[in-house]
Structures are given as structure tokens and as C-alpha cells.
Design a protein around this ligand. Structure first.
Ligand code: SAH
Length: 218
């Protein structure tokens, strides 16, 4: 974790990865926040597949992989430069030694589109700080197998977003299972995780063309 943090702060000097660089803040707001998922979903069995959509500087995907080396992690982002930084991190930390991890460059809408190689292939999809839930659901649910779970990391807007996403979830084959609240250590920062079950296949017309989910949310 410390090595990843050092690489992040160093590379952040020459490219835009994060605005949070002070060590305690980064530990709390990036690392601990990313790992909070494990309190609710331990991810301890071998071979669970997880796609982190809009991983950016690698959150939550990289900290999860560090603590759960046997997790199969796919880091998705549309910005190639961020993914090449993450490839360096994967190498430097030896994250391939114990199991599978890859980066996938592209728009979520294309990678899990009708002809996308990543459609309905994952047990879990995660996303943190990427979009509001009605948009995010169209980007993420197509990656998840029926019976799998989509987890959205949120601030304190979770309940309102769930209400706004009701119709989108119904259309996309998802159903909200739970909203879990937590606060980050030594702070009054409250966060939440929305757990959405993939109950049905996503109809072939979703996701719509790249860009449309954000422009015309379901
Ligand atoms: N998850 C990270 C980064 C959030 S920034 C964190 O919590 O810190 C959002 C990231 O999502 C950016 O890197 C952006 O390139 C990516 N992104 C936004 N829309 C996307 C899309 N449609 N497909 C793939 N990546 C996308």
C-alpha cells in the first residue's frame, strides 16, 4: 500500500491522478475507503472476478487486489495514460504473482456492449466516483453475470440516487439489495456502498452508444 502511495504521489507531479496527496488523507479517503467493501463482502474465495469501472488512479481495484491477491481484477478506464501508470504499479508490486490482474482500455459502453468481450462476464463490478447511479448502472451492470453484484461507492447521496435509479435498474436487470453506511476512521466523513444484485440479463439494447448514458440518463 505504501509503495503504491509513493508511486501515486510521484507520478501525480507530472500527470493528473488525484487531488488527495497528504499521507493521512490519502490513507483514509482512498485506501481505507476502497477496502471498506471487504467488511460487507469478504471476497475470500478463490477466483472471484471483479471489474473496476472507471478505476482512474486504481481505486478501489488496486487496494482490493493487494489485500485479496487471489481475486481476478480487471481495471477499466477510457484514459490510456492512467492505465499505463497502473501497469507500472502492477509490475512494481508483483501483483501478477499470485493471480490474475489486467487493465482494459476503452469506454465501458463499448467493452461490455452487445459485441463486447466483457459483457456479463464478471461476478462483481465496482465503481467509485464515476457518475450518478442512473448513469453508472448502465455503465456497470452489463459487465455483471446474472447472479452477480454491482457495488457503487457513494458519499451520503446513496438513498436519493437509489430512488433516481429505480427505473434504470429495472430496465438493466438489477435490483437494489442493500445500502450500507460507514464512517472513515478518525474523521466524520460518512460514505456508503450500494449493493445491486444482477437478477436478469441486460437487454441487448443496453448500454446505449458511448456517451449516451451520461447525456440521456435512463
Ligand atoms: N475510481 C477512481 C477514479 C474516479 S475518476 C477513484 O475513485 O478515485 C473517474 C474515472 O472514470 C476517470 O479516470 C475516467 O477516465 C473514467 N471514466 C469515466 N467515464 C468512463 C466510461 N464511460 N468508460 C470508462 N471509463 C470512464
Amino acid at each position: 500500500m505504501a509503495r503504491f502511495y509513493e508511486m501515486l504521489v510521484e507520478r501525480n507531479k507530472v500527470m493528473n491522478l488525484t487531488t488527495i496527496t497528504e499521507p493521512e488523507e490519502a490513507a483514509r479517503l482512498h485506501f481505507v475507503d476502497s477496502l471498506m467493501l471487504l467488511r460487507f463482502l469478504p471476497l475470500e474465495e478463490d477466483g472471484i472476478t471483479l471489474a473496476d469501472i472507471g478505476t482512474g488512479a486504481g481505486f478501489p481495484g488496486i487496494p482490493l487486489k493487494i489485500l485479496r491477491p487471489r481475486l481476478h481484477v480487471t481495471l477499466v478506464d477510457s484514459l490510456a495514460k492512467r492505465l499505463s501508470f497502473l501497469e507500472e504499479v502492477i509490475e512494481a508490486l508483483g501483483l501478477r504473482e499470485e493471480g490474475f490482474i489486467e487493465t482494459a482500455h476503452g469506454r465501458a459502453e463499448d467493452l461490455a456492449g452487445k459485441r463486447g468481450a466483457m459483457r456479463e462476464r464478471f461476478d462483481i463490478a465496482t465503481a467509485r466516483a464515476v457518475a450518478a447511479l442512473p448513469v453508472l448502472s448502465e455503465l456497470c451492470l452489463p459487465f455483471v453475470k446474472t447472479g452477480g453484484t454491482f457495488v457503487a461507492y457513494k458519499t451520503d447521496t446513496a438513498e436519493a440516487e437509489v430512488a433516481d435509479a429505480k427505473r434504470a435498474l429495472l430496465e438493466l436487470g438489477g435490483r437494489t439489495r442493500a445500502v450500507e453506511h460507514y464512517s472513515l476512521p478518525h474523521s466524520d466523513v460518512s460514505r456508503s456502498l450500494i449493493f445491486i444484485d444482477k437478477t436478469d440479463k441486460t437487454p441487448a439494447k443496453y448500454p446505449r452508444q458511448a456517451g449516451t448514458p451520461a447525456k440521456k440518463p435512463l
